[in-house]
Design a protein around this ligand. Structure first.
Ligand code: SF4
Ligand code: MG
Length: 320
């Protein structure tokens, strides 16, 4: 088939400005070269610690942040080359669901107003068809259509996230970037929302980029998982292969923290030394070398190249 989305060499640098004249004295390399391809109906899980650039990467794909370099080819068009008005039209196809549904919902707007707004901006339908659409979307995300007249504070965290998901669906998007959509929810509610996302994906043939700091959250929903560290890709593989045969020492450390149901199969917990370095002043060579238990001399000098070491399984590490 044809890919829905191809991301090539994506970078997002933020200038660091100092002094009265706000001179640029350096850059925070939040995303420092990301590549992937997504086919319709697939889910890419993107995992890493906070500060690894995963959310910035998602926002750069949608051009909510302007990429510093690279291509974002959506249905054959490079969205980084689109004008503002072309981009506005393209936004219908690409939506974002935020981590904190409360912060992303206007407390003064009813659910109906919140869900009708995207349709009004894009001039879709009239008032009665918009209200009809709101009611059917609420039903589809497991909420009573009568809730349309209520306000965000009247809902639980899980219900608010269902509203956030309904809003993302209003324009019939093809791609949804889910930015830690269950991180703020209780564990029991998390699995309900994950199940809902899987059902919606099947019903509407949605393609997801699912950003999370927790590997276990993305395991079942993802076809592929990409592990990021300091704005760089560390490893990418199918979800099963990443869990069965993690190659990058950072992935191995992340996985060692994931609880396993079978106590006999328990892995040794790998505790990483030191803090995440600043992306304004990243380490030379391999970005992970300051914390890597396997670091060698070459790791300080040379940045490992991204290579496929098994079919469909890529890693950036001098061990391979
Ligand atoms: Fe560790 Fe070296 Fe591999 Fe980086 S390249 S992950 S420092 S072994
Ligand atoms: Mg899936």
């Amino acid at each position: 088939g044809t890919p829905l989305l191809q991301v090539e060499g994506l970078k997002k640098y933020f200038p660091i400005k100092r002094g009265v004249f706000r001179h640029t004295v350096g850059h925070v390399r939040a995303v420092d070269g990301v590549d992937f391809t997504l086919y319709p109906g697939e889910t890419l899980g993107v995992v890493g610690e906070s500060g690894c650039g995963k959310s910035t990467m998602g926002r750069s794909v949608l051009r909510l942040l302007e990429p510093s370099a690279g291509k974002v080819i959506f249905e054959g068009k490079d969205v980084t080359k689109l004008s503002k008005s072309q981009m506005r039209a393209m936004r219908r196809e690409m939506q974002l669901v935020f981590q904190d549904p409360y912060a992303s919902l206007n407390p003064r707007n009813s659910v109906a107003q919140t869900l009708m707004e995207p349709m009004q901006i894009h001039h879709i339908g009239n008032r009665s068809s918009q209200i009809e659409r709101v009611r059917s979307l609420l039903d589809r995300v497991g909420l009573d259509p009568e809730y349309a007249s209520r306000y965000p504070h009247e809902f639980s965290g899980g219900q608010r996230q269902r509203i956030g998901i309904a809003r993302a669906l209003t324009l019939n998007p093809k791609l949804i970037i889910l930015d830690e959509p269950v991180a703020a929810l209780d564990v029991s509610v998390q699995s309900q929302v994950l199940n809902l996302l899987e059902d919606l994906q099947t019903d509407f043939n949605l393609t997801y980029i699912f950003v999370a700091h927790d590997l276990s959250v993305v395991r079942h929903i993802s076809d592929r998982i990409m592990v990021m560290y300091l704005g760089n890709m560390a490893e990418s593989a199918t979800s099963d292969d990443l869990f069965d045969d993690p190659l990058h020492p950072y992935t191995q450390a992340l996985l060692s923290a994931v609880p396993v149901p079978d106590p006999d199969a328990k892995r040794e917990r790998i505790i990483l030394q030191g803090d995440l370095p600043s992306p304004a002043n990243p380490p030379t060579g391999c970005p992970f070398h300051t914390r890597c238990p396997m670091a060698m001399d070459i790791c300080k000098r040379e940045k490992p190249v991204w290579k496929e070491v098994k079919p469909n399984h890529q890693v950036a590490c001098h061990l391979y």
